[in-house]
Write a protein that binds this ligand. Structure first.
Ligand SMILES: [Zn+2]
Length: 473
């Protein structure tokens, strides 16, 4: 079966033919290279960020399912970045560092650990290479040097080195229909401040470090003490590990208009090879309650929030499968509850099927699953096929489901249902004991009052014949 992927570069669902199968690469390449941009490690990742890591994992696992030898790289951005060139250059890493009285590097280390622990919880295996931007400064300097040697750069003295995008003939190629929006944004911004740029699309390759803004993180370069612009690390690191041309580049859809065209410009002009990347895959945002996730609205959820409400990270993993990666997905607590129930339902049914060993009409479920995956990784279709397979109660489906769970789903359908681990807090037990005593003393007013106290703390007390039972409200 042929795997098809939607390539943002051509705006078409294309048959996936890796470089290693192309005549000119045949003897030079023995892997399929995938690069995913980054988590920026200065905050706790929210469930929207996790959807991007989940997608990176899904793309990698799908390629492996189709037997491709994969080399997957995920960047760790442990250096501060401006959000755009119009940014006020406030350094988030340094800001948090000052707040917590630690160095910017320690802030990055702390959040990198939280990020990696989250991956583990979600059954996302480590990627083959997870390079840190701060450990690849030389590679970034080298690439800027290549661009400088080929006259693609210009300097605003003591301030910036820019990439001259007017010299990149196909700068707009990834943007497709989005370029109009980009132009409008640029025009609006152009009126405000060009910061010495020749063209509004030009972008910073690096910034000189000013004495007055002495930073924790800055490096010597052939030019001056500096720190990198926010695009250069991706082009430099992906090409170090995957070659000057590689197969798949993936990350958020909102990078289609700025970050990714800039990455392409840097690499294709620096290395003088085209295309730098053959397939561009983009995943869409996760919304919460049909809107943007934001701290001010109080709907900014992390994995810890999910676990605090007694959900397994694998319930969240199941939830992500319910939307295809290139579509928006909407998170609500009800939707997560439904995902949990569906996952537990599958686990119970599979256990029953195995117990009953009922034979049925032979149907090639492996092929059905593969078909869904081959269709631009259509996970809603995949889940629906899985539910159909399970609803037929036939043991024939089990092998294919097992393989699917091991290689793609990783939601552990063959484990027993995890009942929410309920730890009853000591103070609740104390209240319940006190109430039991009050009842024994026939002090029913006090007993009622204690029952209310327990309920206010979201617990329910049920009386048995000679003891009590505590349940979550
Ligand atoms: Zn990138």
């Amino acid at each position: 079966m042929k795997l098809k992927l939607f390539n943002t570069l051509t705006r078409e669902k294309e048959e996936f033919i890796p470089l290693m199968e192309e005549e000119s690469f045949k003897w030079k390449r023995d892997f399929v290279g995938i690069y995913s941009c980054w988590p920026t490690v200065y905050y706790i990742p929210h469930i929207g960020n996790l959807r991007a890591s989940f997608t990176a994992d899904l793309i990698r696992n799908t390629l492996k399912y189709f037997w491709y030898p994969v080399k997957a790289v995920m960047n760790i951005t442990d250096v501060w970045h401006l959000v755009s060139d119009a940014d006020d250059w406030e350094d988030k890493l340094e800001k948090w560092a000052k707040r917590d009285w630690i160095s910017a590097r320690d802030v990055a280390k702390k959040y990198e650990k939280i990020f990696r622990d989250g991956l583990k919880d979600m059954n996302i295996e480590e990627f083959d290479v997870m390079p840190r931007a701060t450990e690849h400064i030389q590679e970034q300097i080298n690439l800027v040097k290549l661009l400088e040697d080929k006259w693609y750069t210009y300097e605003v003295p003591w301030d910036w080195i820019y990439m001259d995008t007017s010299k990149v003939e196909d700068y707009w190629k990834l943007m497709g229909p989005n370029y109009k929006k980009r132009l409008e944004d640029l025009r609006a911004w152009e009126r405000v401040d060009m910061k010495g740029k020749k063209n509004p699309t030009d972008f910073a390759l690096w910034k000189f470090s000013m004495e007055k803004w002495k930073r924790d993180m800055e490096w010597d370069s052939p030019w001056w003490v500096w720190f990198p612009g926010w695009h250069i690390e991706c082009s430099a690191m992906s090409s170090k590990y995957l070659g000057e041309q590689f197969d798949i580049h993936h990350w958020w859809a909102d990078h289609i208009t700025i970050h990714h065209p800039n990455e392409i410009a840097q690499a294709e002009c620096g290395f003088w090879k085209k295309p730098w990347v053959k397939y561009w895959l983009h995943n869409e945002f996760l919304q919460v309650d049909w809107g943007k996730m934001s701290k001010s609205l109080g709907n900014f959820y992390s994995l810890e929030d999910i676990k605090a409400k007694w959900y397994s990270p694998l319930d969240l993993r199941y939830f992500y499968f319910k939307a295809q990666y290139w579509n928006f997905q909407n998170f609500t607590w009800d939707a997560l509850e439904q995902s949990k129930n569906e996952r537990n339902g599958l686990i119970k049914k599979i256990a029953n099927i195995q117990a009953n060993q009922e034979k049925g009409n032979w149907e090639n479920w492996k092929e059905t699953f593969e078909e869904a995956l081959a269709d631009n990784i259509n996970t809603p279709k995949l889940l629906s096929a899985l539910h159909t397979a399970v609803s037929k109660w036939w043991i024939d489906a089990i092998e294919a489901i097992k393989e699917l769970d091991e290689k793609i789903l990783k939601i552990w359908l063959f484990d027993s249902v995890e009942e929410s681990p309920i730890e009853i807090p000591a103070e609740i037990i104390a209240l319940a004991d006190e109430r039991k005593q009050a009842k024994a003393d026939k002090n029913y007013a006090l007993a009622d009052e204690l029952r209310w106290k327990i309920q206010e703390a979201w617990w329910v007390i049920k009386d048995n014949k000679d003891w009590y039972e505590l349940l979550r409200a």
